[in-house]
Structures are given as C-alpha cells and as structure tokens.
Design a protein around this ligand. Structure first.
Ligand code: ZN
Length: 449
C-alpha cells in the first residue's frame, strides 16, 4: 500500500473530471503516484482494476503500458467519457469501463493482479464504507497481488492554506479546524478552491484500516448480477451464486446477523469458502449431517459454496435440523435425542457446538429473522419465535420449504422444531405458519414457558 502523504486541493474533481492532473502542480502528484505503482507492479500482461478511476487518467496510462485495465467508477459521466476515449484509440484501449461501487465490485475473488484505489478512501466519509471498499479490493486481489490505495492527509487543507492567502477567510479557517479535529472535510461555500466533501486521514489510521480489512472475514458482499438477479461471484465457480429470485435488491455488505435475517445465499457461499471445507465437515458431523456423498475435504471442495447455503449434496432430516436449533437455544451444547420422556442427562456431558456467546448471537439473529426478516409472517405470533427459513432447491421440481427454530425466544422452558413441506416452494411462506401452529399447540399444552 502506498500512502499519499499530502494532496493539494484547489479543484473540485466533479468539475474537473478528466484534466485535473494536467494543471497547476498536479503533474507532480501524477508522477509520484506512477513512480510508486511502477516500483511494485509486476510486468504486463497483468490484470489491473482502477477502482474509482474517474475518466481514466491512470487507466489509460496502464493500458498503454500493456496492462489489461478495467476502469470502475460510480459516476456515469466519467465512465461514458472513458468509454468514448477508449473506443477512439488505436491502441491502449481499456479492457472494460463500467459504473460500479467500490464497496461491491463486479469481479470474482482473486481476479486481479493489482487494484488502484486512489479516490474512494477520501470520497467515502463513513469509516464502515471505507472498510468495505478496502475489503472488496482485497477480495478481488489474487494472493500476493498489489493494492495501491491513496488517502488525503489530515493536514492537506492546513498545508494548502499556508502556501496561499486562504487563512484570510475565516470560513476557510473553520474548515481547516474541522479537518484537524475530525478529518471530515466539508465545504458549504461553493468555492471549488476549498475542495469537495471528503474524509482526510490521519496517516496511521490508513494502515490500521488496511490491517482491519484484511483480518475481518465476517463480512461479504451481495451485489447485482446480470439478468436482474442478486448474489455474487465465488472463487472457483464458473457461474455466480444467486439469491432467491424474489430478492431483487442486492443485500450489499452482509454480516452474519444480516445474512441470517435476509437469507442471503451469496453470504453463506462466501462464508463457507472462507472457513474452508474441513470446518464445514466438522460442524455438520456434530449433528451427523452429511454435506457431501464422500465426506472428505477433496470431495466437498467443488461443492463448498452451494453447501454453505444448504444446497449441493447437503442432506438433512427435520430431526437433525431441530437439534441444531435446540443447540442454539441451549447455549451451544448439543442436546441428546430421546425418543420418549426420560430424565435429562447432565448438560456437561453434552458435546459443544458453539460457545454460549456465539449461541446467543445466533439466537438473536434467528429472532430477528422473525421480527424483520424472511420469517416475518410469524412476527405477530403471541409466543416470541426465533427461526430460520430454508428453500431447498431440487432439479426438475418445486423447492422444499423449510423452517427451523425454537420458542419462546426468552423462555425458561422451550421447544425446538423443524418443519419441511416438500415441493411447497419458499420456506417463509409454506413452512413457517406450520411452525407457528406447533408453537401454539405447545403453549396450550403448557410445554413451554
Ligand atoms: Zn444476498
């Protein structure tokens, strides 16, 4: 990662989309950036993504040097200009130019040898969004690839003010004071010399954010796919993982809770890839759930993405799935199966599925599935139900509808259940109401409290 230590700010990049680097002493910025890139970038042919590349100041330079360069920018005006410039060229054409968000790149994992991230880290003013952009850049980079990220220094306005008479204007002084205090640069004056809305980094902060983005594997992105579907491209798969056809709006940046609430296939496919085949086999075998016909890492690997969201060769019975929910409800320990009422064996002897803390986290998310997610047809049930919908797609027939969970969410004596309705389609519609009826019956019989 290279750090742009300072940046001079007289121009509004929206007003000067193409020519900014040609004027004043921006040629110095350009030369310095190019020098740092050339110092590390391996010789062509290589794939480079210029994320937030505007009209292509660096993209065309790289394309002319023989790199397969893909330009991505959120501003259609910039992308149109880049496309027009590319098609007018004899050589040094861009491999592609498209409108895209730095937080959800339309490229698969490990697709690029290098990523340029020269604009997004100052245009994105929220830390969470900057982390998302960094995570996405790291995701699309092949192992050992190079990320060239630039940020604007916290002290940029101060330096700029000191070189000119800007501090004569008290408004400018106030802008600088805010920059130094929070890094949040705002210019309400309309004077382009005072730059645009941006975030100015403390130098150490950028290195910290890059580290954080690399370690954080709990977030994955769900984006818009061709053909009106949503999902994401997953490493090693020729076709993207697609969410349910009813999902028309991409889920964006998804963490575990949100993945469960909205039932995002793309999230769980990427999570399974991240934790690996062995971890999936280990967890499933605690419940005797087969995830591949041959239960080996080698056999599971090509199916891992689909198994992550319950497809592929994963095979489960309602009883086994009810045990998973029961385990989450009982603080992470695996509840033994008893076929008739008998004295409970000591919980300490039970094997553990997840830690009490993780069980509580999963339970909270399953409650949110019912209050605000795919299981919300049970939102009005008099007993607080926690659950998870499932739609098990099968070739040549309607999907099996699933719903598993437990109730009451905050109870002292609870039931866990799993419902399958074969060939009934979406689990939230067909199976969840039956689970609601089971909970009602348990409540009337006094089995829960
Ligand atoms: Zn999704």
């Amino acid at each position: 990662m290279c750090l742009r230590s300072w940046k001079i700010i007289p121009f509004n990049s929206a007003r000067w989309p193409a020519g900014r680097l040609e004027v004043d002493y921006f040629p110095l910025e350009r030369a310095r950036t190019q020098e740092l890139i050339l110092r590390h970038l391996p010789k062509p042919p290589r794939v480079v993504l210029d994320v937030g590349g505007a009209a292509g100041a660096y993209s065309f330079w790289l394309a002319e040097s023989g790199y397969e360069t893909h330009l991505l920018d959120p501003v259609p005006l910039h992308v149109d200009a880049a496309r027009a410039a590319s098609s007018a060229r004899e050589q040094g054409k861009l491999a592609s130019a498209q409108v895209a968000d730095a937080r959800a790149l339309p490229f698969g994992d490990a697709a690029a040898d290098a990523v340029l991230l020269l604009g997004p880290l100052y245009h994105l003013t929220e830390r969470a969004n900057r982390l998302r952009a960094l995570r996405e850049a790291l995701r699309v980079l092949r192992p050992g690839g190079w990320l060239f990220a630039a940020a604007i220094s916290r002290y940029a306005s101060l330096v700029d003010g000191l070189r000119g008479p800007l501090f004569d204007d008290s408004v400018f002084a106030a802008i600088v004071a805010r920059d130094l205090a929070s890094g949040q640069h705002r210019n309400d004056t309309g004077n382009p010399r005072y730059f645009t809305t941006a975030y100015f980094h403390d130098p150490a902060e950028l290195a910290e954010a890059a580290l954080r983005a690399r370690e954080d594997t709990d977030h994955f992105v769900c984006l818009r796919l061709p053909g009106g579907r949503v999902g994401n491209y997953v490493r090693g798969m020729s076709r993207p993982v697609r969410d349910d056809p009813m999902d028309t709006v991409p889920h964006g940046d998804v963490d575990l809770e949100r993945g469960l609430i909205v039932s995002c296939n793309a999230y769980f496919a990427q999570l399974a890839q991240a934790v690996g085949a062995q971890a999936v086999i280990d967890a499933a075998s605690l419940f005797q759930i087969p995830v591949a016909r041959t239960p080996t890492v080698e056999a599971l690997k090509p199916l891992l993405a689909q198994v992550g969201y319950g497809q592929g060769e994963a095979l489960v019975t309602p009883l086994k799935l009810a045990r998973v929910s029961a385990s989450i409800a009982s603080g992470g320990t695996i509840v033994p199966v008893r076929w008739e009422q008998a004295k409970t064996t000591g919980a300490d002897a039970s094997p553990r599925f997840v830690s009490p803390r993780d069980a509580a986290r999963l339970a909270r998310a399953m409650r949110a599935v019912v209050t605000s997610g795919t299981g919300r047809s049970l939102r009005g049930h008099p007993v607080a139900i926690a659950g998870k919908t499932g739609t098990a797609e099968i070739a040549g027939a309607p999907a099996h509808a699933w719903f598993t969970g437990f109730a009451p969410y905050d109870g002292t004596r609870r039931i866990a259940f799993a419902v399958i309705v074969e060939n009934a389609g979406f689990g939230g519609r067909a199976a969840a109401p039956i689970a609601g009826a089971i909970v009602s019956a348990a409540s009337e019989l006094g089995l829960i409290k």
